[in-house]
Design a protein around this ligand. Sequence first.
Ligand SMILES: Cc1cc2nc3c(=O)[nH]c(=O)nc-3n(C[C@H](O)[C@H](O)[C@H](O)COP(=O)(O)OP(=O)(O)OC[C@H]3O[C@@H](n4cnc5c(N)ncnc54)[C@H](O)[C@@H]3O)c2cc1C
Length: 431
Amino acid sequence: MASTWKNWAGNEIAHPTSIESPRSEEEVVSIVRSAADRGEKVKIPGSGHSFTPAAVTDGRMVRINALSGIYSIDRSRMEVRVGAGTTLSDLNRLLAAEGLAMANLGDIAYQTVAGAISTSTHGTGVALPGLAAQVTAMRMVDGHGNLVECNSEKNSEILDVARVSVGALGAITECTIRVVDAFRLHAHEQPMRLDDVLDNIDELRLSNDHFEFFWIPHTKWALTKRNNRTDEALDPLPKVRGWIEKTFMENFAFGAVCKVGKMRPALIPRLATALPSSGARTYINDSYKIFASPRLVKFYEMEHALPAASLAPALREIRAMVEKKGYLLNFPVEVRFTGPDDVPLSTGYQRESAYIAVHVYKGMEYGPFFKDVEDILRRYDARPHWGKVHHREKDELSTLYPRFNDFLSMRDRLDPQRTFSNRYTERIFGA
Ligand SMILES: Cc1cc2nc3c(=O)[nH]c(=O)nc-3n(C[C@H](O)[C@H](O)[C@H](O)COP(=O)(O)OP(=O)(O)OC[C@H]3O[C@@H](n4cnc5c(N)ncnc54)[C@H](O)[C@@H]3O)c2cc1C
């Protein structure tokens, strides 16, 4: 019986021939072998939080949520071995119980470990690359149905490229990830004028462990967030105030404002002035509780990584384009930073990056706005996030990644029959 699957945002729907839930790695091997024998396609979704059709398939969808949890901890190397289907929120909780933590995270924790690394998921912090750069070993079932362990000593050339693979090399079953001792963050959130942020961007991004900001379109304002490591005692937002400010204001109240804007777009610029007026606030909490928050308002997102030095001119161009074209935007534009890494298909490969993310409330048209933003960012050598809406294809992508061909060669070696392909991998890597 045909099944239906859709991603978190609801903009990608799949009709797989089956949805299977293997309980063990051996079952994953047997599914992949039988699919390869019959010439069927296989796709492993994570939590479906990509906005691209990365996890879509009209073949066999294989959910590996059962491959979950921490399998072992090596404290001398500060590494943990985890099931690839572990969600980041579960991992955070399990690590915290061991006095450990991830060095950095994105702004949600619903993703699975394999899903997050496969699309080059990142957080913010100039000294910190994305999550895939923390992976020191992994095991996967390749397109031949073989279990392949790769680490720095064995099959290191596979590990090298497989850390960001957009699901195109095989089914990842286990990952070894570098971790750090649990730590607390001092969070300081403060509205600033966007021009002041951009004029001082180097100082802001370099002098904070984790700096990001949200520019509110139709206003002069940006909400800045500075998160810095601290040894000070916990001082979280009080429970009720925390719920009101984090869950209610950032989700329910914001969702209501978005709904009004969707019904009456002409009100959006006036509604936007309400957003940055929340004033400054400071609190201290465990790192993972500050990095990630609930996201209950649904939206579509496009995000690109560009050389950090290009951020200010690129964002000013986007602002001018929005004004000129009269787009009515009810979601902030998010800007983050990462350090360089050595993962061939990482959006941060070998460069200090700034990320510009644009969002549109679910149900509203995003195509023309995203295309206009993408056209601007193209001129800044921007690399699209593999899990967020973009319109790039193989030929153009190959010019953005110096080691693109190494990835393609590894794909030919591990999955010559293209058991793990779908329409997205065909678009970005070729058939
Ligand atoms: C609300 C929201 C907030 C977000 N915040 C951030 C952020 O802060 N930073 C950021 O960089 N991104 C962010 N993202 C994007 C998100 O991190 C990525 O799209 C991520 O890939 C989603 O993980 P997932 O587990 O849902 O994977 P899916 O979207 O389900 O899958 C992603 C890809 O991974 C592959 N895959 C998954 N599991 C396996 C496996 N076991 N073996 C092989 N391939 C596999 C899939 O086939 C697919 O190609 C956000 C997305 C949303 C919706």
